[in-house]
Design a protein around this ligand. Structure first.
Ligand code: ZN
Length: 175
């Protein structure tokens, strides 16, 4: 998930990342109908290996759902559905596990300006989307889901971060 993308910048960031992924042939230029998810999707390109950690994990190429899905609009991204161990304050790191996160997530989807939580330790108010969740969940306007791909490598993520000038949070898991 790309952090801190205002709604008016979403289309620009999507274009930058998609242009890069297609130019480097990490994904195909032809949209496909993915069997998972709903957004626009593109299958793996001939250079998909440059994006992943372990390049011999090619069995995902045989799966019917192996495309990149681009999700725009406020979304709660997660891959690991276990209960939270920690909901850490972005200011002091205190675990605010007792907050009513499910209500805050719903409020954030409706209107992110109404979804602040005040840390019980340092008293700082931040939007729930700024807290750090363990297992990793992320709230944002823009996400790229690589369905069934091997783990993406850090150098690839860093290249995308430099390209768009934003922080990218990797949300990983098997579904
Ligand atoms: Zn705090």
């Amino acid at each position: 998930m790309v952090k801190g993308v205002p709604e008016e910048e979403v289309d620009t960031v999507v274009k930058k990342i998609l242009d890069y992924l297609q130019l480097t042939k990490i994904v195909s230029t032809k949209p496909t109908d993915g069997s998972l998810g709903q957004g626009t999707q593109y299958g793996p390109g001939v250079n998909w290996k440059s994006a992943v950690e372990i390049s011999d994990e090619d069995h995902f190429l045989d799966l019917s759902s192996n495309s990149l899905e681009i999700q725009t609009g406020r979304t709660v991204f997660y891959a690991d559905g276990r209960e939270f161990d920690s909901i850490a304050c972005p200011n002091c790191g205190e675990n605010n596990l007792e907050c009513d996160w499910s209500t805050l997530f719903s409020q954030w989807i409706q209107d992110p300006t109404t979804a602040d939580w005040q840390c019980k330790n340092c008293g700082t108010s931040n939007a729930i989307s700024e807290y750090q969740f363990e297992p990793k969940w992320a709230l944002g306007n823009l996400g790229f889901t690589f369905w069934n791909w091997p783990r993406l490598n850090d150098a690839f993520i860093e290249r995308l971060e430099v390209l768009v000038g934003k922080k990218i949070e990797k949300v990983e898991g098997k579904i």
